[in-house]
Each structure stands twice: as C-alpha cells, then as structure tokens.
Design a binder for this molecule. Structure first.
Ligand code: ZN
Length: 415
C-alpha cells in the first residue's frame, strides 16, 4: 500500500480532521501535503456531503441536505517542481470504498444515490421528479445491489467524480465574472443557473483567518467542471486512467473527492452516482512546458483506464430535441434529446413494475452508456441511452411474452 499522505478518520467531519481539506477552489488554500514527481501515494476521501446521508429508509436527509459545504475535497496536494505552463500527469492506480466494512459511515460497505428536490438543486429530470428520493446500495466486492431497487445487480465502475488543480487568481476571476453574468440573466430561477461564491460552510483547509475569509468571499463552488478539471463525473475515469491537467499555480495543488462506486453516463440524478467515502492511490509526474507542447490549455486530457464492466447486450432508448408535452421543436438541443432518451427508458421500465423514481436511479447509477448520436440533422439533435440488459435478474427485452409487471416496492421517500 502506498504511503497515506492525506488521511481521514471516518468518524469525524472534515473540519475536525487532523489536517482538514477544503470545499472551494482558490489558489491561496495552503497545501495539506506535498509529493515528488514519480511518487506513488494514497489519499483518503470523505463522501461528498461530508457524512450528511445515513444508511436508513428515509429520504429526509437528502431533502434537507446542506450543499453549501460540498464537495468536501482532500487536498490541496503540492507537486514539487510543477510550474504554470506545465502539465501534471496523474495515474489512478487504484480506488475503492473505505477498507473497514460494515460501519455507519458512507463507504463502509455501502453507498447511496439520491434525487435532489427541485428547491435544492434538482436533477436532470427535476421538472418530472421535483421531490427528494434516495436508495441505499450495498457493496459485494465489485458488484452492488439495493434493497430499494430489487431485481438489479451490476458491476460498478469506480471513479472520483471530482478531481482537479487550483486555478490562478486570474482564472478564478474569469470564472466568477462569467458565472455572475449567467446568473444575472435569470437571478430568481429555481434551481439557480449557477452557484456564486458563498461564505456559509466554507472550509479552507489550514488557511489562517484572513486567507480563509478571502477564500470564503472569492472561492469558486465545486459543483461544475471547469478549466481546472473539477466535477467531471466521467465514469470511465477509473483505475488505470491517466489524466493530464494544465498547471495554473506553482505546485499545481491537486484536490480529489466525491468518489463514486458506480455511475451511468450523465449522472442524471445530480446526487446521482453511488456516492461513497474511500481511498484513491495515485502517481504523479510533471511534464515541463506541456501545456504549450501539446496545446492543452482549456481543459484536461484523459486516457481512460482499460477496466470496465463487460456488458455486451443493450436495450437502447432514443431521444430527439422535441418537447413532446406541447409538441415544441427545439433546434439541435442535445441536452433535451438526452433527457427524452432517459424519459423513454423510464417509461419502459415502469411497465415491469418499477416506479419512475426507481428507474431514474437505475439510469443514474448503473453503467449505462450515453451517446450523442447525431447533431447535424436539423432541426433535431439525437441522443441515445444504452441500458445493459444483463443487470436485471429477469429478461427485460421486448418479446412475445410482454412485460411481466411485478410489485417492486419503492425507493426511500421524504416524510
Ligand atoms: Zn458524486
């Protein structure tokens, strides 16, 4: 096992750890640890909400979740010798749940998946599912099952939902400027168009008081992916992957968190993967001047790992950029097309006795493949969702027998 350079006591929130992490992007958050180019090391991670969600049968905790403290990240980790203009190459050697199983902390043999209420950020289908829901998933080695979604068992593809480097002051200023401009176009929207810096619940690692106040006032929220990486939620960013981040500040300042046991393409229910605390083993290397050499400026580049569940049969649902509720055509809107593909999959799964919420959570957690199929055939963009049929313990394919509708219960609801 590589040396643990950022440890975490599962029983304590991040702010009470010996060396706390952080939950904003800001260049002035001091490093929690440092590593050399070529070094292999382990980082322990909190589940992204810092332990607000319990292993129980109620969605009240998802309904009431405080997302102001999210995502709780481990780091920053300084890479010796990394300078702005370099690329830092990171290998994910391994990752997984907390090694001590059967405990009350998320990641100790279990994880969860939630649908956020519309007033609390919502999800991809929030207009259709505006309330809070939750499912608990038990880990069996690489496989997972849920007592709230019977008849489904699948192999996870574990990955960090969130990984990135610190922005420079200049880059942070650009983010805040453009996101404020976006919010100003519809400031009262629910859910909001973007999340501006917020003092409440800010954690700035080991920063002194004055620095922590600056981080709270200016620090970028961790929800979106940006030029520094961030919340990519790429399911194939799994063990064996190698990612190349542009370096914006001396030491690069890596941070990681929001580990997922499994996730479908799109992470459609927002709190959408199977969330867990755990560990990740990494190796870093500095490529001097790599940003210019390889033309990598705006976003990281990734070589996905060679490991993924070997599902070979799929039922594919298609969506186009039309709002079928009022027969409105939207021009080349791939987001709407993907939403329709998901809604079509949910309608199909309901015929087998799943509730819409159960089906929504299957699409968010199982290793479904999302594809952009066509974005040139005006006026309709076309997207598709590939659902692996082998994850069900019954034959889900259309056929002469028709769907066998069984009572499959329901996910956790809020009281
Ligand atoms: Zn997550």
């Amino acid at each position: 096992m590589p040396e643990v350079i950022f440890s975490h006591d599962p029983a304590k929130p991040m702010a009470e750890q010996n060396v706390p992490g952080h939950n904003r992007w800001h260049p002035d958050i001091p490093p929690a640890a440092s590593v050399r180019s070529g070094q292999e090391f382990r980082v322990e991670c909190r589940e992204w909400t810092d332990g607000q969600i319990g292993n129980n049968d109620s969605a009240n905790d998802v309904r009431d979740v405080n997302i102001n403290n999210s995502h709780m990240l481990s780091g920053p980790i300084a890479v010796e010798g990394a300078e702005p203009g370099d690329l830092v190459a990171i290998d994910i050697m391994d990752l997984g749940p907390i090694p001590q199983q059967n405990g009350p902390v998320c990641g100790q043999g279990w994880g969860y998946s939630g649908i956020f209420a519309k007033v609390n950020g919502g999800g991809f289908l929030t207009d259709y599912y505006p309330e809070a829901y939750k499912a608990i998933w038990d880990f069996h080695g690489q496989e997972t099952t849920s007592r709230h979604i019977p008849g489904v068992r699948f192999t996870g593809i574990s990955h960090p939902g969130l990984f990135g480097v610190a922005p420079s002051h200049e880059l942070l200023g650009k983010w805040n400027e453009r996101e404020r401009a976006l919010i100003a176009t519809d400031p009262d929207r629910v859910p909001p168009l973007a999340l501006p810096p917020l003092v409440d619940s800010t954690l700035a690692g080991r920063a002194d008081e004055a620095t922590a106040a600056r981080v709270a006032a200016e620090g970028a929220r961790t929800v979106p992916p940006r030029e520094n990486g961030g919340n990519h939620d790429i399911k194939n960013f799994t063990r064996g992957s190698r990612v190349f981040y542009p370096v914006h500040v001396p030491g690069a300042l890596l941070s990681v968190g929001d580990l997922h046991f499994s996730q479908g393409d799109g992470e459609i229910n927002f709190c959408g993967a199977i969330e867990m605390g755990g560990f990740i083993d990494l190796r870093v290397e500095v490529i001097k001047g790599g940003m210019e050499t390889y033309g990598v400026h705006n976003n990281p580049v990734l070589i996905p790992g060679r490991v993924q569940p070997q599902y070979s049969e799929w039922l594919t649902f298609i969506g186009v950029s039309v709002d079928h509720r009022d027969n409105t055509n939207y021009y080349m809107d791939a987001t709407l097309a993907y939403r329709n593909a998901c809604l079509n999959a949910i309608e199909y799964l309901k015929k087998w006795g799943y509730t819409g919420e159960q089906a929504y959570l299957i699409l968010g957690t199982a290793p479904i493949e999302g594809r952009i199929s066509g974005v040139v055939d005006l006026p309709n963009a076309c997207c598709s969702v590939y659902l692996p049929t082998e994850i069900f313990d019954f034959d889900i394919r259309p056929g002469n027998g028709g769907p066998v509708k069984t009572d499959r219960g329901q996910v956790c609801v809020a009281s």
